[in-house]
Write a protein that binds this ligand. Structure first.
Ligand code: MN3
Length: 202
């Protein structure tokens, strides 16, 4: 079974009022994410060791293997973007009570969580991601990763939210202002209800 580009859970014009334009979503989902899926399928087709493996298994198999770096990059980016689209909502930014409580317990306050996330997302030099993760110790934490890296490959726990900080994710709408893109995500786009549902599934 070839991997497929998942449909967005909203139309490409739906997030514009919350700061992510139709142009960004059409390029980011339709071109960038599609390119990762197409490349990944090309690698799987040519490598029997990858055939019939889940996306997660391919990521774990390829992580840290120099000869499989292109496989890791495209598989990782496919996984990262699947989570990213779910981490956005036209009604984002509102935090459900049980997640707010857990964030308060583990970070001290919602503001402290947002500060930690902003720091991670803005200090990731070059391309990469910032994450809200439930660690194996049961505590929430913020992490960042370069390029196609993610908490799955790094063994950091379960990712609840991921924010793409590659320039292609913000240059159309925010130009070079990555901090504004990150703040807009946290306050207006972040699907905290999704994060809470993922937390409840653990
Ligand atoms: Mn991207």
């Amino acid at each position: 079974m070839a991997f497929e580009l998942p449909a967005l859970p909203y139309s490409t014009s739906t997030l514009a009022a919350a700061g992510m334009s139709q142009e960004t979503l059409e390029l980011h989902h339709g071109k960038h994410h599609q390119a990762y899926v197409t490349a990944l399928n090309g690698f799987v087709e040519k490598n029997d060791a990858l055939k019939d493996k889940s996306l997660e298994d391919i990521i774990l198999l390829a992580a840290g293997q120099a000869d499989l770096a292109p496989v890791f990059n495209n598989a990782g980016q496919h996984w990262n973007h699947i989570l990213f689209w779910q981490a956005l909502s036209p009604k984002g930014g509102g935090m459900p009570g049980s997640l707010e409580k857990k964030i308060g317990e583990d970070f001290g306050s919602v503001e402290a969580f947002k500060d930690a996330f902003k720091t991670a997302a803005t200090t990731q030099f070059g391309s990469g991601w910032a994450w809200l993760v439930l660690g194996d110790d049961g505590k929430l934490k913020v992490t960042k990763s370069a390029n196609a890296g993610n908490p799955l490959a790094a063994g950091q726990g379960k990712a609840l939210l991921g924010l793409d900080v590659w320039e292609h994710s913000y240059y159309v709408d925010f130009r070079n202002r990555r901090p504004d893109y990150v703040a807009n995500f946290l306050d207006r786009l972040a699907n905290y209800e999704f994060a809470e549902a993922e937390l409840a599934r653990v």
